[in-house]
Design a binder for this molecule. Structure first.
Ligand code: HEC
Length: 208
């Protein structure tokens, strides 16, 4: 039998090589996964988890999926935001403007969006589908009024918390609403959990 410490598997150089190999291999895996994730989360990608921006031209539903055991967005028939159908480029510009407005005004100081932010105020990930807007007909008007003057139109959910007026322009309000509508159509694996949407109109019928 060999002297203790001289076996190949106990040698220092073997374990050094192992460490270098594992580190290099996992770095490669990380790079590959990063590129894979970027393609999956791209808007309108084939994976279908993040819809194209023009999804704001459609009715968005949110239904329980038995197989996946959580809620998933369902893209319904044509129902353009503010009654105005936009092509992909114009929809992207509008949603981008909304996202930049939300970032510039630091809405995440109080709200959470897609898992980032604070929990002082309601999670905005599915805010477009919030039952608090009453019904689909009233929603666009109520959201516009709320964002134009939150203290006057606050609902407070019994918490007594009020949203300060961010003094958004009309264009910014429309853009923020487009951003929230698009975001509600993202498949977030059922997050935030326990969310029940407002009553949905026909999701599988013809455009009406
Ligand atoms: C200082 C904290 C604070 C900031 C900053 C803030 N909000 Fe709010 N927001 C609130 C509170 C509190 C409510 C709940 C008010 C209520 O319902 O009466 C709310 C409610 C909302 C709602 C309704 C959510 C729902 O599901 O019904 C929307 C939409 C919203 N905020 C958007 C925004 C946007 C967009 C910004 C950035 C421009 C923003 N908020 C910045 C505190 C904040």
């Amino acid at each position: 039998m060999a002297e203790p410490g001289t076996e190949w598997w106990a040698s220092e150089s073997f374990w050094r090589k192992c460490a270098i190999f594992v580190t290099a291999f996992m770095a490669l895996v990380l790079v590959l996964l990063t590129f894979h994730t970027l393609t999956v989360i791209a808007a309108g990608s084939e994976a279908g988890r993040v819809p194209a921006y023009s999804v704001i031209n459609h009715r968005i539903g949110y239904e329980f999926d038995d197989e996946r055991n959580h809620m998933v967005p369902v893209i319904g028939p044509v129902a353009p935001l503010f009654g105005e159908a936009l092509d992909e480029e114009a929809a992207r510009a509008l949603v981008d403007h909304g996202k930049l407005t939300v970032q510039a005004r630091n809405c995440m100081n109080c709200h959470t969006l897609l898992g980032n932010g604070a929990y002082y105020a309601p999670d905005l990930t599915k805010a477009w589908l919030d039952p608090g807007w009453g019904n689909e007909q009233a929603r666009e008007l109520l959201m516009t009024m709320f964002l134009k003057d939150p203290p006057a139109n606050a609902r407070t959910f019994g918490t007594g918390r009020r949203m300060p007026n961010p003094h958004l322009t009309d264009d910014e309000v429309r853009a923020v609403i487009a951003y929230l509508k698009w975001m509600s159509a993202i498949d977030t694996n059922g997050f935030p959990s326990g969310f029940t949407p407002l009553p949905q109109g026909d999701l599988r019928g013809d455009a009406s």
